[in-house]
Ligand binder design. Sequence first.
Ligand code: 3PG
Ligand code: MG
Length: 423
Amino acid sequence: MAKLTVKDLEVRGQRVFVRVDFNVPMEEKDGQMVVTDATRIKETLPTLCLLIKGGAKVILASHLGRPKGKPEPSMSLRPVAAKLVEMLGCGVDFVADCVGDQVEKAVAGMQAGQVVLLENVRFHSEEEANDPAFAEAMAKVADVYVNDAFGSAHRAHASTEGVARVVAKRGGKCAAGLLMERELKFLGDELENPARPFVVILGGAKVSEKILVIDCLLEKADTILIGGAMAYTFRLAQGYQTGQSLVEADKGEVAKAALAKAKMKNVPFLLPADDVVAVPVKTDKLDKKGKPVIDWQNPRVNSDMNCPDDAAGLDIGPATIKAYSEAVAKARTILWNGPMGLFENKQFAAGTNAIARAVAEATQKGAKSIIGGGDSVKALNKAGLGDKVTFMSTGGGASLEFLEGKVLPGVAALSDKGCCCCS
Ligand code: 3PG
Ligand code: MG
């Protein structure tokens, strides 16, 4: 059943508790944390503006990072409040906790149309435990609940699920925000009966992360194109040598089952016919995450389905780019999730960039293109093509789980449109 949305609400003078996903990338600059990609904030502005104009008292809650249930200064949402002021063009009060006296006091002093941002909900371990008492405590300042945090909707946490339950139990309304509504429309309704041909491009490192999506999309897609390191798990399952490529050796049976299902369903399931390989050489440098930096030597196109023993496959090759681009050009609906190679490294970005261009060109000719979050969004933005597709999801894990056909707890908790308490 369709969910109630923020457009269905009468919010004037109401305290509207809005769960947003302001889990945005940050970096330290001159001793201060600053937001380096504000896409998730920008995408919630339509909901926030609607509520502000409607005269709501807007109380924003989010998590940031994984602080493990205790305050962690580098994961404070305070810098996000500063960014939000800049982007909204109006004042936003920051409250240094998400429950308790200071929150209640701040909200009691709010006027219609004002906005407060609460501190990171994950500074309390009860958030991820979806503790009922903690949800009650947060819900103290909520007459109405709005969830615009699609990126967190796969989590059954207190602020994504528990607070909605408390508000609904009291007879309050729980609605989807405009971003949530758009995400459900594009990743859900639009892919239910897609204009055909429906071409799906899946990449990324791991078959294990995508296998349920593959299984589900084999029911709907006309063609599936596979890239990224996960292609090597399929190659391994077909008996080819994968050299030093990233493979999930224990996922051979899973890969074989997907290939068999594609055959049975008569869905062309394309694996790269050529690739770019290079020899990994460890250096003593460490990256930002403390992992040894690898120097990739002798990068070259490899047209053999076997990978040389000393090399790893890092991108799709020119013949694959051509074949995949041609399939994309024929599509009327495109779903893309996951890069075609190690695109963060310029030497191995050609495949991902070519697919980004093919998707943008097909969109310009009338195809609907939907980008399922995470690294493919990063890659499109890096290629300067972010505004040339129909829709880019703000969810990573959430969009995958949704595409697997799972019911997301954050969505399930919202009021149904037309139910007796909401009509
Ligand atoms: C995300 O970026 O994946 C969402 O904000 C959810 O965060 P989480 O994976 O830490 O739950
Ligand atoms: Mg995640």
